[in-house]
Design a protein around this ligand. Structure first.
Ligand code: SF4
Length: 378
């Protein structure tokens, strides 16, 4: 896989664009800053589902089983109308907040980012059409580095929640949008009009009453550079149907979904993305804390230091108490998390707790080739 090398602010002109892997799961939940009023905006094509051929870019967000099933359906549709070459996959990398790689019973199981890359490859998406993007911050000495969500929470002194979901907006929505900017610049220069983007997610009606009311196809926002519509081809699928599509695809699902890595029984986490999620259900958060006790302890340390609970109804201190009760699900695997990456995470979080410093944030994303941002000839 390409290394993370591009910088959102640095990509300019009509140079051939970058490629990343993002989670677009939540784009529809956020009102983007320059969004036109939705009531005034119509989708590019009429009808309950889009005509894929009417879009310049089809961008599928990858993370988890629902997105996997969505990509299965979407690639079939794209091949059928002859626009597979317009299909990109993207993943917003949350670093160690997401489920990491694990070694279990002599086998290595991929982290969420690695699995998204493998899933895209399985469906024939070439490396240059798979985009990885992430949040980075600039230190006072000018050094840029990734910033984890937990460090950001320590910096701001508040956990996100359903009403203030800055985790999604700051680490996913804006990062994906920035990563697409070089592509938009390139295509806008070629087309002489706003680029038509179809943002495709794995959102399903069964997930929540709010998501059940979402239309499968809707307009999102438009400006002089881009018109973006939303499409949720897996919206009607049940969880069982998602499992069937993923199981029969021939591509692996993430180990965290299973009772233990390799079990392939869908008896672990019900959802993926951040292991410990402020919007996650109780069973998932307890199982995640059992599997990642060192990460859960760090969340609890932040909770104590900032005086704000991980979740109002279920603080991390309570989740940790529940992990010690004899009843409940066997974690199947317990991560040591004693490597340099995790220690760096702890150090960064504790530095923010000791002396919160508002660091300037930007975006870093993968590029097709190292020269793409500078040649400006294609
Ligand atoms: S904490 Fe939950 S809602 Fe927030 S970015 Fe992570 S997975 Fe999404």
């Amino acid at each position: 896989m390409d290394s993370i090398a591009g910088a959102g602010k640095g990509a300019a002109g009509t140079a051939m664009p970058s490629s990343t892997q993002l989670t677009l799961l939540d784009l529809h939940d956020i009102n983007l800053p320059d969004a036109a009023p939705r009531a005034a905006l119509e989708t590019i094509t009429s009808g309950p589902v889009p005509d894929l051929a009417a879009y310049d870019l089809i961008v599928a967000g990858l993370s988890g089983k629902d997105a996997h099933a969505m990509l299965d359906l979407l690639t079939t549709q794209a091949h059928r109308v002859g626009v597979f070459d317009r299909l990109y996959t993207v993943h917003a990398d949350m670093g160690l907040m997401e489920w990491p790689q694990v070694h279990h019973r002599g086998r290595t199981y991929l982290c969420n980012r690695e699995l998204a890359v493998a899933t895209a490859r399985h469906y024939g998406i070439p490396a240059h059409r798979h985009i990885e993007t992430r949040r980075v911050v600039t230190a006072p000495n000018g050094t840029r580095r990734p910033q984890s969500l937990l460090e950001q929470i320590a910096m701001w002194g508040k956990f996100p929640d359903a009403a203030r979901r800055y985790c999604t907006s700051d680490s996913k929505v804006t990062k994906i949008r920035a990563a697409l900017t070089p592509l938009v610049r390139y295509h806008r220069a070629q087309l002489g009009r706003a680029v038509r983007i179809l943002n495709v997610t794995g959102i399903r009606a069964e997930e929540s009453t709010k998501r059940a009311t979402r239309p499968t196809y809707s307009a999102s926002y438009a400006n002089s550079h881009r018109h973006q519509d939303e499409y949720h081809p897996a919206h009607h699928l049940s969880t069982a149907e998602v499992h069937t599509i993923v199981d029969s695809s021939g591509a692996d699902h993430h180990w965290a979904y299973d009772s233990e890595p390799g079990a392939r029984d869908w008896s672990g986490m019900s959802r993926l993305s951040c292991s410990l999620c402020v919007l996650g259900n109780k069973a998932d958060n307890i199982l995640a804390a059992r599997r990642r006790p060192r990460l859960a302890a760090l969340y609890a340390e932040v909770e104590r230091a900032i005086g704000h609970d991980f979740k109002l109804a279920m603080p991390m201190s309570r989740i940790l108490e529940l992990t010690n009760e004899p009843a409940g699900q066997n974690p199947g695997v317990i991560l040591d998390e004693n490597g340099p990456d995790f220690i760096a995470l702890e150090t960064a979080v504790r530095a923010q707790l000791a002396a919160p410093a508002r660091l300037r944030a930007s975006t870093e994303f993968t590029t097709v080739t190292p020269n793409c941002r500078s040649c400006r000839t294609c």
